[in-house]
Design a protein around this ligand. Structure first.
Ligand code: C2E
Ligand code: CA
Ligand code: CA
Length: 528
């Protein structure tokens, strides 16, 4: 249950971290797309504005050319008249040709062809105009095949005309980058001119289509109406403009950013998982020296005087004290136990080193794990530390459980080395292992600690009740001292003492204490 909640939390945090990495990337993309859309709309507006200015300009030129023709005083189609027409055509860049026609629309003359005989034109006449403006202006938007041989846009009034190249209306900056551009006469609803690649009927359809405010994003086309003339300009964006510009985005950077975000998120998730796992937290604890030591007094059962203490490690974790049963197995499993043993020794010498130096009759015993018993590493660490503090070797004792004897040969050697160096060795939790007796014979030790489970049954009728006294007898035979653990009641202390156990430890005498409390406790029992 707890594990489930923890892994749920880890997943939750990982999702948050991942989102934190991906959301900015997604927002960046969205933002880039929005920016591109509005840049695109802005560009369309600019092109449309310029195109309208140009269309108005060309219209003004054509209209003023017609005005100039009206003011020519020479007889229409005379030599002087034609010369004037040529001058006008030259001066107005948009004007390709100028000429006259009679009341029935038949050509009379052209600045390009001179005075043309009617038969030379095959009796051709102009078709009815496509549009008639209120000031007498007429126009043919349907591109007439002129005597000069060109397809032209023709404007006329009162029997004379100017012909213009339709491309004069559509051109200029930016035009090449839009897919459609058309100039429209709004009174006739006719296309005046479009760029060569535009579809005139599509341009007209866009012009007629009412703007749809519900359309998503910016519309891909723009219509601009002239304030002074019956013309409008339609500009449409290339359909493929967005995808094309998407392709030109700095994808390297975007993908790099996303990859970096994902990597960062992965690392953060790994970091979280690592630090939230019990293992990660325990190695943090080792790195940060989060261990403290409690000292449980050991007393002489005959005199009830304290002779020393057992050092018991605790993990100070988030202001909580974690008991060793909850983390020692993990530390042993994860190879962290040796570092913890070292920290316990350092703490003992720091807190009680001075005291032990002044009172050489007291000792502290330290619990070792199997890993500490396979090599002389801890002893190599212990020797100089003890010497530096001027503490006598027999004041630091070793407690080794039978689990530590699995690698029997190595343990035998390490135990011997401890004893040779002057550190007494105890067998801890004696009686709980299944080969305790053979251990007693094989390993030469100074004392054994009767496990609390055998002390608990004293005074009850249980069959195991007598185990404690058997162990004491056996220890006496082997000339090994006995320390009984977990004595809670006076009757247990009396029983064990009567059977010959020399030392005892348990709540009857004292619970584990801080270093300062332990020194105070000693002061009391010394007097008593
Ligand atoms: P242990 O070596 O058998 O230590 C005795 C345990 O019995 C201690 O538990 C102690 O607080 C508890 N105890 C003592 N008197 C009584 C009593 O009268 N009644 C009851 N109910 N309990 C009593 P603690 O401190 O929780 O330690 C548990 C075990 O953790 C220790 O058992 C020892 O095996 C291990 N341990 C403690 N410190 C270390 C250490 O520094 N290194 C290693 N490797 N193991 C340690
Ligand atoms: Ca112990
Ligand atoms: Ca024990």
């Amino acid at each position: 249950m707890k594990k489930l909640r923890r892994s749920g939390l880890v997943v939750f945090l990982a999702v948050i971290v991942l989102a934190a990495a991906l959301v900015p990337a997604a927002l960046g993309l969205l933002f880039a797309q929005r920016t591109m859309r509005s840049q695109e709309a802005e560009r369309l507006n600019r092109v449309a504005d310029a195109a309208l200015v140009r269309a108005e300009d060309v219209t003004r030129h054509l209209s003023s050319a017609l005005g100039e023709i009206a003011r020519v005083s020479d007889q229409p189609c005379s030599a002087g008249y034609l010369q004037e027409l040529r001058r006008i055509a030259l001066e107005h860049r948009a004007v390709r040709d100028a000429g006259a026609f009679d009341h029935s629309g038949r050509w009379q003359c052209s600045s390009m062809l001179g005075a043309v005989a009617l038969d030379a034109l095959g009796g051709r006449a102009l078709p009815p105009p496509d549009w008639r403006g209120h000031d007498g202006l007429i126009a043919w938007f349907g591109l007439l095949h002129m005597p000069s041989g060109d397809e032209s846009l023709v404007f006329g009034r009162d029997g004379y005309y100017v012909a213009a190249d339709p491309s004069a209306y559509v051109g200029g900056k930016g035009v090449m980058k839009v897919s459609g551009l058309g100039v429209i006469n709004t009174e006739a609803s006719r296309v005046i001119a479009t760029t060569p690649t535009s579809d005139p009927s599509a341009m007209l359809a866009l012009y007629r289509q009412p703007p749809d405010p519900a359309a998503d994003g910016d519309p891909p086309y723009v219509v601009r109406r002239s304030m002074t003339m019956p013309i409008a300009v339609v500009v449409s964006a290339p359909r493929e403009a967005l995808p094309e510009r998407l392709r030109s985005l700095p994808w390297g950077w975007i993908l790099g950013g996303v990859a970096a975000g994902v990597a960062l998120a992965g690392w953060a998730a790994f970091f979280i998982v690592r630090h939230m796992s019990p293992r990660g937290q325990l190695s943090d604890a080792v790195r940060r020296h989060q261990f403290i030591v409690a000292y449980q007094p050991i007393v002489d059962l005959a005199t009830r005087r304290c002779v020393g203490a057992e050092a018991l490690v605790r993990w100070k974790h988030h202001n909580r004290i974690v008991r060793p049963d909850h983390f020692i197995p993990l530390a042993e499993h994860r190879g962290l136990i040796q570092a913890i043993t070292d920290q316990v020794l350092d703490t003992v010498l720091l807190e009680l080193g001075e005291f032990l130096k002044r009172y050489p009759e007291y000792y502290v015993s330290i619990n070792l794990s199997a890993a500490d018993l396979t090599t002389p590493r801890f002893l190599d660490n212990l020797k100089p530390s003890v010497a530096r503090q001027k503490v006598r070797p027999e004041q630091i004792r070793i407690e080794a459980t039978e689990r530590g004897f699995l690698d029997a040969e190595a343990a035998k050697e390490v135990i011997k080395a401890f004893r040779d160096a002057g550190h007494p060795v105890y067998i801890d939790d004696f009686g709980t292992g299944y080969s305790s007796l053979s251990h007693l014979q094989n390993f030469h030790v100074d004392a054994l600690k009767i496990d609390k489970s055998f002390v608990d049954t004293i005074g009850q009728d249980a069959a195991s009740s007598s185990v404690a006294s058997h162990i004491i007898e056996m220890a006496a035979t082997l000339q090994v001292q006995v320390i009984a653990e977990g004595i809670e009641r006076e009757e247990q202390a009396a029983y064990l003492h009567a059977r010959g156990a020399q030392f005892g430890q348990g709540w009857l005498f004292s619970p584990p204490l801080t270093a300062a409390e332990f020194i105070r406790y000693l002061g009391k029992t010394r007097k008593g």
